[in-house]
Write a protein that binds this ligand. Structure first.
Ligand code: GLU
Length: 424
C-alpha cells in the first residue's frame, strides 16, 4: 500500500481534473498501488520572482513557475506559457499531460511545463525580452539539453525561445541550441516546427474522418482560438478542402457558413493584433462557437471550455482537442454517454508540436538538419503509430478514446519507474 503525504500546493480545478483522469486510468489498468503516487505527483517544481525594469523606469515583479513532472525516461519537456491566468496548479496539470503525451507517442522525454503570470500584450518588446531572459536566468541549473527542455506555449513564440537560448548559451559559454525548441530556423529551429501542432491536428482529423467515411472536402470546421495552434490547424484543414466556418480569439469570433478566408483572417490579425472587427463574417461569441453545427470542432485555446453545461449541446461529429485539457471530467462523461461524437484526446491530437520539438532537439544534438518533407513524413509516421495503438487499446478493453490514450501513456511511465526501482 502507498499513501501520498502531500499538501494542497497544486490544488486547483485543473490539477484536480488531471488527477481524476489519472485515477480513472490507473484503476482501469489496475496499476499497482506502490507505483501510483510516484507516477502521479510532479517530481519537482520551482517558483521564481522575475523582476523587470519597465520602460518608465519602474520595476515590476512577475511570478513564474516550472514544474517537472517526470524525469524517469529522459529529460523533461514542455512549453512555457505567458498568460495572466497562469497558476502553479495549472502548470502542474499541464506538466502531467506532457508526461502522458510524450510517453503515448514514444518520445524519450518526461513532461514539464512553465508559466509566468503576465499578459504579454501589456509589455513593450524590450520588457518582454527582459522578462524572457530573466525567467530563463532564474531557471538555469534546473534546465538544459539533458535535464529539461522548454518550448513555446500560449503567449510565447520563436523570438522568446531565441532570447532564452541566448541567455542559457551565454551562461554555459558556448552555443547550446538543444536547451529549448521552437526556435527560429536561423538558430537551429526545425523545419516544420512552427506549424507542427496544427499540421498534426489536421492530419489526425483527416484520418478519423476517413475512418468515419466522411470526406474532408465536405467537412465544416469551427475553431476556438486563433493563435499558433488554431491558426495552423485552420490553414492545414482548409488546404485539405475543409470549410472553416468559424474562428475566434479572446476578443470574440467570426462566423461565416460559406467559409472564412483564412489567409485574409491571419493577415488581419497580423495587422490589427486581434480578430475583433474582421469583416469576413458575422460576429459570434466564444460560447456560441462551441455549440455550432459543424463536422469538426477544434478547441485550440485554454483548458476547461467544454463543460457539463455545453457538452449536451455540442453539434459536432468530431471533437479534436488542439488545446490541452479543454474538456472537463463531467463533460467527458456526457460526451461518452452521448456516443455520437468522436473525441480525439489532447494527448494524441496536439502531440505534433512536441514530436517536431523532439526532431528539433535531435537535429541540434547531431548538428545535422533535415528538410521539411523529411520532418513531416516522420511526424506522420509517429502519429499513425500512436493512433493505431490508441485504437487497438480502445477496442481491446472497450475503453473510451481518452481512457485508451491515457492508459497507454500512464502505463508506460509507470512501467519505466517500476523497472528503474526506488533509489536508495
Ligand atoms: N506547448 C506544446 C504542448 O503543449 C509543445 C511542447 C514542446 O514542444 O515541448 O504540447
Amino acid at each position: 500500500m502507498s499513501k501520498a503525504v502531500v499538501s494542497g500546493l497544486y490544488d486547483s480545478d485543473v490539477f484536480r481534473m488531471a488527477c481524476r483522469q489519472f485515477d480513472q486510468a490507473a484503476d482501469a489498468i489496475n496499476l499497482a498501488e506502490d507505483i501510483r503516487d510516484r507516477t502521479k505527483y510532479p517530481r519537482r517544481c520551482l517558483a521564481v520572482a522575475v523582476p523587470v525594469r519597465r520602460s518608465d523606469g519602474s520595476v515590476t515583479v512577475f511570478e513564474g513557475y516550472r514544474v517537472q513532472h517526470s524525469l524517469s525516461t529522459g529529460p523533461s519537456k514542455g512549453g512555457i506559457r505567458f498568460h495572466e491566468s497562469v497558476t502553479l496548479g495549472e502548470v502542474a496539470a499541464l506538466a502531467m499531460w506532457m508526461s502522458w503525451k510524450c510517453s503515448l507517442v514514444g518520445l524519450p522525454f518526461g513532461g514539464a511545463k512553465g508559466g509566468v503570470i503576465v499578459n504579454p500584450r501589456d509589455l513593450s518588446l524590450s520588457e518582454l525580452e527582459h522578462l524572457s531572459r530573466r525567467y530563463m536566468q532564474e531557471l538555469i541549473g534546473f534546465v538544459g539539453p539533458e535535464v529539461d527542455i522548454p518550448a513555446p506555449d500560449v503567449g510565447t513564440n520563436e523570438q522568446i525561445m531565441a532570447w532564452m537560448m541566448d541567455t542559457y548559451s551565454n551562461h554555459v559559454g558556448h552555443v547550446s541550441p538543444a536547451v529549448v525548441t521552437g526556435k527560429p530556423l536561423s538558430l537551429g529551429g526545425s523545419e516544420g516546427r512552427r506549424e507542427a501542432t496544427g499540421v498534426g491536428v489536421a492530419y489526425l482529423v483527416g484520418k478519423y474522418l476517413a475512418d468515419m467515411k466522411v470526406p474532408v472536402g465536405g467537412a465544416t470546421v469551427a475553431i476556438q482560438g486563433f493563435g499558433n495552434v488554431g491558426g495552423e490547424t485552420a490553414i492545414a484543414l482548409s488546404l485539405m478542402g475543409a470549410r472553416i466556418i468559424a474562428v475566434s480569439d479572446y476578443t470574440g469570433g467570426i462566423y461565416n457558413p460559406a467559409g472564412i478566408d483564412i489567409k485574409k483572417a491571419l493577415a488581419y490579425i497580423r495587422y490589427a493584433g486581434v480578430l475583433k472587427d474582421f469583416d469576413g463574417g458575422e460576429p459570434i461569441g466564444n460560447e456560441q462557437l462551441l455549440e455550432l453545427e459543424c463536422t469538426v470542432l477544434v478547441p485550440a485555446a485554454l483548458e476547461r471550455v467544454i463543460t457539463k453545461d455545453n457538452a449536451p449541446r455540442l453539434k459536432c461529429r468530431v471533437l479534436a482537442e488542439g488545446a490541452n485539457g479543454p474538456t472537463t471530467n463531467e463533460a467527458d462523461r456526457i460526451i461518452e454517454a452521448r456516443g455520437d461524437i468522436e473525441l480525439i484526446p489532447d494527448v494524441l491530437c496536439n502531440s505534433g508540436g512536441v514530436i517536431v520539438s523532439y526532431f528539433e532537439w535531435l537535429q541540434n544534438l547531431q548538428s545535422f538538419y533535415w528538410g521539411r518533407d523529411e520532418v513531416i513524413s516522420k511526424l506522420h509516421a509517429i502519429l499513425d503509430k500512436a493512433k493505431d495503438s490508441v485504437e487497438y487499446q480502445k477496442r481491446k478493453f472497450s475503453f473510451g478514446r481518452r481512457l485508451a490514450a491515457l492508459t497507454l501513456g500512464i502505463g508506460r511511465v509507470a512501467e519505466a519507474k517500476q523497472k528503474r526501482g526506488l533509489f536508495p
